[in-house]
Design a protein around this ligand. Structure first.
Ligand code: PBG
Length: 324
């Protein structure tokens, strides 16, 4: 007699389901992005990212204390400068917005891992992630600036630098300069497979970093490509990346999985602004249940192979995991 195979046996109650659970989310996997602006006493909600704020440094420090209380180990800092120019000079100014913010956080909150986004698009008048020559982002000249920005963040106290510009050779350029200046123990989290994505829309409003002409397709990756992501990741590892990243997350879980299977190195996935805002909008309309949908998304990012998740939902997830 043919015996019916019954996988449902292991789903009969919650305790058994928990016993066979393959993927869990841990608060230690979460990284919370924060936006810092010039001024004082500012906490202003970002229209395109409900529940996410622009903070002046004084209130940013208070926010980081809250983030720490929730048990989240790391924040990722983005700065909006007081002025922009062709060379994005505030990005590498030792008294720039990010440098001051990092100093303030490091002096007032202990044990918080401060990661800084290393890029130029928030700081350049043209909104591109590098130096423009004849309407083209000049790769090799940009490298010097990117390395200088990373160094100034580290001098301010950053624990990890995360270059998101997608220039060729940037990881090597940063590693070389950091080592030369004695910062041999500062890890680099490389935005290795960063796609030219429409999912960054709400972020560009938040960071005032939309390109003023053209788009980012000559440096960020084409969403059609998967093998190319593996080539990008392997170059970054060769140049000294300590952590690699796939960005965005949800439409690129196949890339996360291939990265996990092919490289034996910590892997982060960036659950980006558009992915956040779509959930916020749909849950506001009552069309989806925010908590269960977000936990399902986080689980799927981890199941695909990510070790860490950068997400605007980090505080909510931390709360939900704690009271579950
Ligand atoms: C800077 C940068 C961007 C994001 C992170 N770093 C925007 C971009 O490349 O245009 C996007 C993050 C998000 O959408 O949440 N280059």
């Amino acid at each position: 007699m043919e015996i019916i195979k019954r996988p449902r046996r292991l789903r009969t109650n919650k305790t058994i389901r928990n016993m066979i659970k393959e993927t869990t989310i841990d608060i230690n996997d979460l990284i919370y992005p924060l936006f810092v602006v010039p001024g004082e006493n500012i906490k202003k909600e970002i229209d395109s990212l409900p529940g996410v704020y622009h903070y002046s440094i004084d209130l940013l420090v208070e926010e980081v204390k809250d983030v720490k209380k929730l048990g989240i180990p790391a924040v990722l800092i983005f700065g909006i400068p007081s002025h922009k120019d062709e060379l994005g000079s505030e990005a590498y100014d030792d008294n720039g917005i990010v440098q001051k913010a990092v100093k303030a956080i490091k002096s007032e909150v202990s044990d918080m891992v401060v990661i800084t986004d290393v890029c130029m698009c928030e700081y350049t008048s043209h909104g591109h992630c590098g130096i423009i020559k004849d309407d083209y982002v000049d790769n090799d000249e940009t490298l010097e600036y990117i390395a200088k920005i990373a160094l100034s963040h580290v001098k301010a106290g950053a624990d990890i630098v995360a270059p998101s510009d997608m220039m060729d050779g940037r990881i090597g350029a940063i590693r070389k300069l950091l080592d030369k200046e004695g910062f041999v123990n500062i890890p680099i989290m490389a935005y290795s497979a960063k796609y030219a994505s429409s999912f960054y829309g709400p972020f560009r409003e938040a960071a005032q970093s939309a390109p003023q002409f053209g788009d980012r397709k000559s440096y960020q990756m084409d969403s059609s490509n998967s093998n190319e992501a593996l080539r990008e990741i392997s170059l970054d590892i060769d140049e000294g990346a300590d952590i690699i990243m796939v960005k965005p997350a949800l439409s690129y879980l196949d890339i996360v999985r291939r990265a996990k299977d092919n490289f034996n190195i910590p892997l982060a996935a960036y659950n980006v602004s558009g992915e956040y805002s779509m959930v916020k909008a749909a849950s506001k309309m009552g069309w989806v249940d925010e908590k269960s949908i977000v936990l399902e998304m986080m689980t799927s990012i981890k199941r695909a192979g990510a070790d860490m998740i950068i997400t605007y939902f980090a505080k909510d997830v931390a709360r939900w995991l704690t009271i579950q």
